[in-house]
Design a protein. Sequence first.
Length: 171
Amino acid sequence: MASSRQFAAPFFTSFLLAASFSACTPNSISLTSSPAPTPADSTPTTVPAAICIPTIDDGLSPSYKAGSPPRTSVGQGHILTGIVRSSQDCSPISNAQVELWPEYRGQGHPDEARSTVVTDGLGNYSFECDPPEHIHMRISAAGFVTIAQNSYHPEGQPKGTFDIVLEPEQG
């Protein structure tokens, strides 16, 4: 007969994994796990693949202007980085376009601060600008639904991370 300690360890490990990932932001990867096996269950427990929750499209700002030039820096003092992933399997999306237009206190959204960055083969992007109040974004990639985001508010920090999860287009 198996002792209760033999079954407590897998449950505790699963609990720690779930707890450590539950602190992720809504745009980050979250991990779910199956319950630990009971003595009557002889099948091995597996942890399913990570689940990426799609980033919410909060609507395109009226301040958007198409055709922002490709550049990774428009100033100094704040660096924004992130990864663009697929909600289907959490894989990185290469060649996604991240259009960014920061808002500066008292200046609005100056055209010289507008930029388009393209993700690398691992879905990474990086953008440097003067310290903004917030940064508007429009994210697009072939085969995925285009979204707009205005949830990135750095609150005076010199660096920030904003991961994005896109949904595949249907049909």
